[in-house]
Design a protein around this ligand. Structure first.
Ligand code: MG
Length: 298
């Protein structure tokens, strides 16, 4: 059965004693970027070092969705349900149209190339927000080792005009990001410590019109880092960590953990009621059923 650490009694009501943490597939190198397609009854995710996007379907298991994937990392869906992808290899963010063609959303800023877009979300106004740390150009493992031309920041791309703006510039390595369910706050992880003693925490920024207010510390994940996270309908944040998935209350307190036997990278909610947590962890894909549902569009 699953191994939970219940820090606050509330967490005990979010998990089920008889719901197993299930390893759905394994044998990958480093998986990230899960995104649920209820309309196709499948989950897509990136096996970054192997330069492919994989599809998992109940019953048939794993198949290849796209290879090569330009070393894609994080994914989401826009308001029309189209796949939006971060690509390390081509240093860009793309949209896969309904006919399968690819549209480039962003590949540079100020006349310079992006670093290696890592994680992406879409706001209810259609704007696309993505983090651009340098992980995909630091080595040849998850992309192509190359020169960094821009600082590691979070960008917003306007849905109508395509205008790009820097939204978060006070981080070493912005990584996972998500809006609170009411979109009044943006949460961004700084995973700077992956390569140094730099900061390692989630910061929260108040949304003010189309801009952001000053960020403050929300939570420090330990062990490991908040590579990726999503919100449930109650406003709790479920984040990756070194020992599993951590559930953080709206006030920043750790409520509990789902222990996972591999280092977790990203998570997403899926299933018919968005009550199942899909977990990409190092070499494997896992799933566990919860009593709470995720906030995830569409
Ligand atoms: Mg990430």
């Amino acid at each position: 059965m699953s191994d939970f650490e219940i820090v606050d009694p509330a967490f005990g009501t979010y998990v089920l004693g008889n719901a197993p943490l299930k390893q759905l597939a394994t044998g990958f190198d480093w998986v990230e970027g899960p995104v649920w397609f209820g309309d196709a009854d499948c989950l897509l995710f990136s096996d970054i070092p192997n330069n492919r996007i994989l599809r998992w379907t109940e019953g048939t298991g794993i198949s290849t969705y796209r290879a090569p994937s330009n070393y894609s990392n994080g994914h989401t869906r826009d308001l029309q349900g189209r796949l939006v992808s971060c690509e390390h290899g081509t240093r860009r963010v793309t949209r896969t149209e309904h006919d399968g063609s690819i549209t480039v959303i962003a590949d540079g800023f100020d006349g310079k190339r992006l670093n290696s877009p890592n994680d992406v979300i879409v706001k209810s106004d259609g704007s696309i927000w993505f983090s651009d740390p340098h992980y995909g150009i630091k080595t040849d493992y998850e992309g192509y080792k190359s020169e960094q031309e821009l600082p590691c920041v979070v960008y917003r791309v306007d849905a109508e005009t395509g205008e790009m703006r820097v939204m978060v510039s006070d981080m070493n390595c912005p990584n996972g990001l998500a809006f609170s369910p009411d979109e009044s706050r943006l949460y961004v992880a700084d995973t700077g410590r992956m390569f140094s003693d730099d900061p390692q925490h989630i910061r929260v920024y108040p949304v003010e019109g189309e801009g952001l207010g000053a960020g403050t510390l929300f939570h420090t994940v330990a062990p490991g880092c908040a590579d990726g996270f999503r919100f449930d309908e109650l406003g709790n944040l479920w984040t990756s960590a070194g020992d599993g998935v951590h559930c953080i209350a709206p006030d920043g307190r750790l409520l509990g953990k789902i222990r996972v036997p591999e280092v977790v990278s990203n998570i997403c909610f899926g299933g018919r009621a968005k009550h199942q947590l899909y977990i990409t962890a190092s070499t494997s894909l896992y799933r566990i059923t919860l009593t709470v549902s995720g906030v995830q569009r569409p």
